[in-house]
Design a protein around this ligand. Structure first.
Ligand code: HSE
Length: 415
């Protein structure tokens, strides 16, 4: 019998048990018809009415010290005790699979190294893109490529909120409450709406693609709190939508220097990313041999995430040695270049007189003026041509010196 343990019985953990017992027969077929069962579920809370009530334990050491346990699913979230538990399991010769992006983004290289030393596996397909296969394709199916760039809608909650704002004119707070009710949002919604969750995910994808550990704290990150229905209307007039995009781009040949950022942005209706709605995620990977490859699917939620966790369990059971392609170096250095030197087009919404519009044309050059229903006389919005963030700041400051007030600024991206 192959025994697994599940650490954490929240949204993802309960989904893992549900999917495992629902599809147990076909899952066992995929590991060569070997019998498999969940032996323990670790959680500090009591679940007396659960169908798995006999499996619950509050004591991590029961799992760590049980030689019967082959694979552990860490689905608790957060850095501690997740890191200590994961490390201990790996050192006790158990493979660990996780959905915990915070853990992988902060300590992934270290845990992969510990797994390698102990000849077990550390898998994290569920940490990015929920049910979408993206980690395995990146290091396996696309192995022939140098990855030049990755850009994605990586957070289901914010995409759900923005979709409600765009399609139903729903207010931000109502849309967030609905996302939480449906189980998409993190326990602390700031991780979603302020972009930290998307930042961790782009770090994991960038680390894997460029071979260096990319730390979240070095990536300029903006969330969606300041996006308004006015900006949504101007984006529509421009010919697109607003999406929260996490992106990373190789600058030096060896991947030693990259640009990376998380921010809301205008995305044209022509882009495949523009039609990624609701809780879905879309991830565009630009390989030097394949060109663009786009991955699409449910990026959050109980069952899609559980699907990725169980796929990792199956692979961990099947693996006869550690995966060599799933790795990157952690040299403790920052490989992310100053975002102020990064270039894009920009959308600006300003308050000011007709003189300001004339002045904007002089300062920014070829601008495209935008319009929206109910636009006040003293509001104007435009898309400015491609320039660095620094150049845009300087030009905006010049406009503000003559009495125009900047109300909003968003990047205009061309994926
Ligand atoms: N809160 C996350 C999201 C869950 O909305 O995408 C999946 O990582």
């Amino acid at each position: 019998m192959i025994y697994i343990a599940v650490m954490g019985y929240g949204t993802v953990g309960s989904g893992v048990a549900e999917v495992f017992y629902k599809n147990r027969e076909s899952i066992q077929r995929k590991i060569g018809n070997k019998p498999m069962d969940i032996k323990y579920i670790l959680d500090l809370r009591d679940f007396p009415d659960s169908p798995y009530a006999d499996k619950f334990t509050k004591d991590f050491n029961v799992i760590a010290n049980d030689p019967d346990i082959d694979v552990v699913a860490e689905v608790m979230g957060g850095l501690e005790p997740a890191f200590t538990y994961t490390k201990t399991c790996l050192e006790h010769g158990k493979s660990v699979v996780t959905s915990n992006k915070e853990l992988v983004a902060a300590r992934g290289a270290e845990l992969l190294e510990i797994a390698r030393r102990n000849n077990v596996n550390f898998f994290f397909e569920a940490s990015v893109g929920g049910g979408i296969p993206i980690i395995r394709p990146l290091h396996s199916s696309l192995a022939a490529n140098e990855i030049d760039e990755i850009a994605g809608i990586l957070n289901g909650t914010t995409n759900f909120i923005l979709t409600k704002m765009i399609k139903e004119q729903m207010g931000f707070d109502d849309a967030l409450a609905l996302a939480q009710k449906l189980g998409y949002a993190e326990r602390n919604p700031s991780a979603d709406v302020d972009g930290h969750d998307a930042c961790r995910k782009i770090c994991i994808l960038a680390s894997l693609s460029f071979g260096r550990h990319i730390y979240p704290e070095f990536i300029h990150t903006e969330g969606i709190r300041s996006v308004t229905l006015e900006d949504v209307a101007y984006a529509e007039n421009w010919g697109g939508v607003i999406k929260l995009i996490g992106r990373a781009k190789r600058v030096s040949e060896d991947g030693g220097k990259i640009y990376a950022m998380v921010s809301p942005a205008f995305i044209s209706h022509d882009s495949q990313l523009s039609s990624v709605d609701d809780v879905f995620n879309g991830i565009l990977v630009r390989g030097d041999a394949t060109g663009d490859v786009v991955f699409y699917g449910k990026g959050a939620g109980k069952l899609p995430t559980a699907s990725a966790v169980i796929a990792d369990i199956v692979d961990a059971v099947k693996a006869t040695s550690t995966s060599k392609s799933l790795q990157w170096k952690d040299d403790g250095k920052n490989h992310v270049l100053d975002y102020k030197q990064q270039s894009s087009s920009f959308y600006l919404r300003m308050q000011g007189s007709i003189d300001c519009v004339q002045k904007a044309k002089e300062i920014f050059g070829e601008i495209k003026l935008l319009h929206r229903p109910g636009q006040p006389n003293d509001e104007f919005a435009f898309v400015a041509p491609c320039m660095t963030e620094t150049a845009m700041d300087e030009k905006s400051a010049q406009l503000q010196q003559i009495g125009c007030r900047q109300l909003a600024m968003l990047r205009v991206l061309d994926y």
